[in-house]
Design a protein around this ligand. Sequence first.
Ligand code: AMP
Ligand code: TRP
Length: 333
Amino acid sequence: MSKKLVFSGVQPTGNLHLGNYLGALKSFVSLQKKMDCLYCVVDLHAITTFQDPKELNSNILETTAAFLASGLDAKKSIIFNQSSVSGHAELAWILNCVCRVGWLNRMTQFKDKAGKDKEKASVGLYIYPNLMAADILLYKATHVPVGADQKQHLELSRDIAQKFNNDFKVDNFFPLPEPLIQKNISRIMSLRDGTKKMSKSEDSDYSRINLKDSADEIVKKIKKAKTDTDPITDNIKDYEKRPEALNLLSIYSELSEQEIQKTITEFAGKNFSFFKNQLSEKLVETISPIGSNIAKLLNDKKHLEDVLKKGTEKAYIIAEENLKKIREIVGFV
Ligand code: AMP
Ligand code: TRP
């Protein structure tokens, strides 16, 4: 049995939002109390689509600030950025040679992100899931907290780990990493369209609550959020065809740490304008302190760089020890 170890990553590609917080960051924070954790700003992943170098640089620090502002503690967790531990790229190459083309061809995120013109997507975007497998396996991580959109990539990481162990006849060398996906609300949906996930890349800023939004912006966005004309009922089945209503009620439940049934019972018979006021209040209560903490942390870039540097030193030691063994297993001299 491998020692329990948590690994997860977030791309430094702009505004972090409520989906990132409820789908990932919140569980990063609760896990650091129970297990050894590595949390990585995955800058190598970010450049699979072109990033302006200056913006990338500031986004790396901003994502680090968001980690800390959400409650990650650099004394408890290893916080670092991917490109400063070169072992990620080295192991990714080895895993490129383990993973099969057919496996990558099944990845739905590539299809979504590459869009209609697949020929024009970067090769990096295509093999990105192998880099993600390398991130996890480099540390022999056993548990990976992610949002539901990453489930398929996690399954691929398990297949790659298993094939490596089989091909090189090293039983259980790589543990098969387990996804940790929030039970109640694994995907926060767009505020404009309840069938699409809330995302950094969506054009309309009204589709998401950013961690840096002011209280006024949060209230305005929730006021404008799409709902329908029906009142709130207390039968969960009624929401099967009401994705926007379900999304808002789920967000409220998650912020209140209660089951959705309790929320719909509480608000049954009320209209959405009443509910939206209560939801805005909860959001401001949770998100505003994080936003102002991010702003505060960004005033001291040196501190953020220092956090990454110290984290990198710790991550590097674990990575090198595992890589030494991996190089030996593969047969490098
Ligand atoms: P990314 O910003 O794509 O690097 O995602 C960072 C983490 O946030 C990953 O674990 C994602 O699965 C999670 N995440 C991103 N968007 C959402 C969403 N709309 N709902 C839930 N989790 C999300
Ligand atoms: N692919 C993840 C995303 O887009 C980010 C990521 C990169 C990650 N490497 C990882 C998540 C390793 C968990 C483990 O959200």
